[in-house]
Write a protein that binds this ligand. Structure first.
Ligand code: PRP
Ligand code: URA
Length: 207
């Protein structure tokens, strides 16, 4: 498995602001968007391109265009804020929403919404979720994708715990992880330490 933790100064700067308890939901959402774009930019470095010529005002330019069908899979709720941002960078991407929440007692994911068709025609699936904690939610989504024969999968997360990365590495070594930061550990109720709290609540102003 490949695990990329961004070392880009802008990512380090913005994820520090994101964690700050004083960052309000509006600023939090803006930072989620910016970080999602920066991480997608890094993750998309191996997208296949094909030749494409365009007329310029002076002549013809022989350039390239992205040749892959990319599907974005934001995990509701917290992944929602990342999807629009990534779609702005790659407007041809398809967006497939998946709704999962963690049961607070068991920490196991509960799927409540799945918009994926049985056989989505995707070359690459990009799962978007700010937090990789136990890894249970990400694993449930990867299972759903693999049942639909989607082979090439990337996961983009803003903050991960080592426990979640380990679970992904053991369960899904073929999935590449693109992360904004790797934190210390999970606390006794499954929150990432130091983390940022609840990514959904902080984006949408709920508790
Ligand atoms: C959060 C987060 C991930 C999940 C990560 O969602 O957005 O989906 O927890 O935890 P895990 O790695 O232990 O599965 P949450 O359950 O809080 O739902 P929400 O986005 O609706 O608030
Ligand atoms: N989900 C969150 O939103 N935050 C955590 O720290 C862990 C899971």
């Amino acid at each position: 498995m490949s695990v990329h933790v961004s070392t880009h100064p802008l990512v380090r700067h913005k994820q520090t602001q994101l964690r700050d308890i004083k960052t309000d939901p509006a600023a939090f959402r803006a930072l989620v968007r910016e970080l999602a774009q920066l991480l997608f930019f890094e993750a998309a470095g191996d997208l296949r391109v094909e030749p494409a010529s365009v007329p310029t005002p002076l002549t013809t330019y022989s350039g390239e265009r992205v040749a892959e069908t990319v599907g974005l899979l934001p995990i509701l709720r917290a992944g929602l804020g990342m999807a629009g941002a990534v779609l702005d960078l790659l407007p041809t991407a398809q967006v497939w929403h998946l709704g999962l929440y963690r049961d607070h007692q068991t920490l196991k994911p509960v799927t409540y919404y799945n918009k994926l068709p049985p056989t989505p025609a995707l070359d690459l699936a990009v799962v978007l979720d700010p937090m990789l904690a136990t890894g249970g939610s990400a694993a449930a989504v990867i299972d759903i994708l693999q049942q639909r024969a989607i082979g090439r999968i990337k996961f983009i997360g803003l903050i991960a715990a080592p426990e979640g990365v380990r679970a992904m590495r053991e369960g899904f070594p073929e999935v590449s992880l693109h992360l904004g930061a790797m934190d210390s550990h999970l606390n006794e109720v499954g929150y990432i330490i130091p983390g940022l709290g609840d990514a959904g609540d902080r984006q949408f102003g709920t508790e």
